[in-house]
Design a protein around this ligand. Structure first.
Ligand code: CO
Length: 463
């Protein structure tokens, strides 16, 4: 029997409509989703936290509690960027511990933890915290293709995660690069070498996702990530219903009811239509993008390169930049191309081409990778590149967060006047600017004031 994790409440709308689905759009269907019998509902984390605050004026913690109140049976799952939590930098251990504690206290069951460089030291703290709070800690291997990466490396990475205490392992194919027969070989090798359940996460970008799942299933994968059809395919996950239909009556039967799934699809179809009408769901995102396979880079990265070149009025250099991307990636130790490494490699490739000399100009982030500030790169970086970019500065070899002092107390002091719930401290720790704007609007609404008034602070917090 194969289990299915439904991603419509997180990755599906993050991938198709820039994470804009609101809590209000989710809640009416959560009880029905809960009755389906999914392995889990991925409903939080990733970019949802940032997007709730920044674009929707929603408290992400409130969303979690509301979903949990209606999903009483099905475990809730979230995506966590290891030591980066849900942000874009490394946080001190006390913030990681407290975040995980509060996520579980507010209803999270399964925490999927990854690191952009597959450096297990960046995953370990969050994993330990999750296990301590009684959560299911899933460790990820970010799947990528490079001259360095092969099956043995991925098996070694998975074994390391299992030794660290991972409750299950996820093959995270964020760029949709994993092809069916390779998936078969990889899952087989993992099943032979690790004993915890294996889950496969892919994106439909190249059009191969469902085939990849089928071969992974034949190789013994335990869980696959799917999205209900109106929010599936394109840059999102393979659709749930066809997989359920394809496996029905076989030894892999998911046991899920197609009619019940069809009712879920009926609910989401008009919502999808709304996003198409408003222009937020670009039909281009729904097609097959084979460039992702040809250049072995995520679709989003290609469109970023195009827009950077257009800005510089240098679209004629596109082919050169495409050739430069794998060279930069090799120089930087073959990082998987996922946030933030995809942006770092892309921007540096553009600079290398446009400036006429490789590494004549170096971004702060490229230097950070070479310096070890993101952790250890998969393959070592050559002395030549280190000298060229660090110009004599010593790289760090410890876990980056070992250099960070505890930060929670200081953070709490900065916003005491805004705290309405303990979780606010974490919201502010992750996204100070957005959190502050959100807290001000929240207080303004409470007191019937306008947060943009010059004397707003004085009215709310008279000295
Ligand atoms: Co994904």
């Amino acid at each position: 029997m194969v289990k299915i994790t439904e991603t419509v409440l997180r990755d599906a709308h993050q991938s198709l409509i820039a994470t804009r689905m609101t809590t209000e759009q989710m809640l009416p269907i959560v009880e029905s989703l809960d009755r389906i019998g999914y392995h889990a509902l991925e409903a939080w984390g990733g970019a949802t936290f940032d997007a709730s605050l920044r674009f929707l004026n929603e408290d992400p913690w409130d969303r979690l509690r509301k979903i949990k109140a209606k999903a009483k049976k099905t475990p809730l799952q979230m995506l966590l960027r290891g030591q980066n939590i849900l942000g874009y930098k490394h946080y001190a251990d006390d913030v990681v511990d407290y975040f995980v504690q509060k996520a579980i206290a507010n209803g999270m069951d399964i925490i999927r933890i990854f690191d952009a460089l597959n450096d297990p030291r960046n995953i370990e703290r969050a994993m330990k915290a999750c296990l301590k709070e009684g959560g299911h800690a899933q460790g990820c291997i970010c799947y990528t293709i490079s001259p360095y990466h092969n099956q043995d490396i991925f098996v070694r990475d998975a074994k390391r995660l299992e030794e660290m205490g991972a409750s299950s392992i996820c093959i995270k194919d964020m760029a949709g690069l994993l092809l069916p027969y390779e998936a078969y070989r990889l899952v087989k090798a993992l099943k032979e070498n690790v004993s915890v359940p294996i889950e496969l996460h892919t994106h439909y970008t190249s059009g191969c996702g469902s085939m990849t799942y089928l071969k992974a299933i034949e190789a013994g994968v335990d869980i696959i990530d799917c999205a209900i059809s109106p929010f599936a395919m394109g840059t999102s996950q393979p659709p749930t219903e066809p997989i359920v239909a394809a496996l029905a009556g076989t030894e892999y039967d998911t046991g899920l009811d197609l009619k019940a799934l069809s009712e879920i699809a009926d609910y989401f179809r008009p919502i999808r239509e709304e996003y198409i009408q408003s222009g937020q769901l670009d039909p281009k995102m729904l097609g097959v993008d084979i460039n992702a396979l040809i250049y072995q880079v995520p679709g989003g990265m290609l469109s970023n390169l195009v827009s950077q070149l257009k800005q510089a009025n240098a679209m004629d250099r596109y082919d050169e930049v495409l050739k430069e991307v794998p060279r930069v990636r090799a120089d930087l130790g073959y990082p998987p191309l996922v946030t933030p490494s995809s942006q770092i490699v892309g921007s540096q490739a553009v600079l290398n081409v446009l400036s006429g000399e490789r590494y004549k100009m170096v971004t702060k982030e490229t230097k950070g990778i070479v310096k070890g500030e993101y952790g250890a790169t998969p393959a070592p970086i050559s002395e030549e590149i280190k000298n060229l970019i660090l110009k004599g500065e010593e790289p760090i070899t410890c876990r980056p967060a070992d250099l960070l002092a505890p930060e929670l107390d200081k953070i709490r002091q900065e916003i005491t006047q805004y705290i309405e719930q303990e979780e606010d401290v974490l919201t502010y720790a992750l996204f100070p600017q957005q959190a502050l704007a959100f807290f001000r609007k929240r207080q303004a609404a409470k007191y019937g004031l306008d947060a943009s008034e010059a004397d707003f602070e004085a009215k709310i917090h008279p000295v």
